[in-house]
Design a protein. Structure first.
Length: 148
């Protein structure tokens, strides 16, 4: 009798656990549409050992925006940025077709394929993750964008 109760309890717990991931999982299509709109660079952090530090943004860098547009079932990506003495020169990338996967998006920039890893922080914030050299060391960097 004890074995029967034990087996029933175990099977009940296993059946409850197998249902939970399906509730939490989002579809890839909803992730793709998450990006539609204009995003502004608001913060840049980097790892110094195990500690995350905020990298001070230059005034021109603060004007960086990303624009994701949907057209005929495709998603396009444009990056705008400022430079010049007083950030008066506004430049933009070409309008590139972008492919969005589970945690990355990719696009062709001229003849170079760019692949950007991302992390969704909230409904209105996401970050792009990459490595760069800071103070002579390869460092993990996270650019944080906010929906406009």
């Amino acid at each position: 009798m004890k074995r029967l109760i034990f087996l029933l309890s175990c099977s009940f717990m296993l059946s409850c656990q197998s249902q939970s991931p399906a509730v939490k999982r989002k579809s890839l299509e909803s992730d793709q549409y998450y990006f539609i709109g204009k995003w502004k660079l608001v913060e840049e952090t980097y790892k110094d050992g195990e500690i995350s530090k905020i990298y001070p943004l230059h005034e021109c860098t603060k004007k960086t925006t990303l624009l994701f547009e949907k057209e005929n079932g495709n998603i396009f990506f444009i990056k705008k940025y400022a430079n010049g003495k007083n950030c008066e020169i506004i430049s933009s990338s070409a309008r590139n077709l972008v492919t969005i996967n589970k945690n990355s998006f990719s696009y062709m920039d001229a003849d170079l394929k760019e692949n950007k890893q991302f992390r969704i922080i909230s409904k209105n914030r996401f970050s792009i993750l990459y490595n760069d050299i800071i103070y002579g060391k390869v460092t993990a960097i996270e650019d944080i964008y906010e929906r406009q």
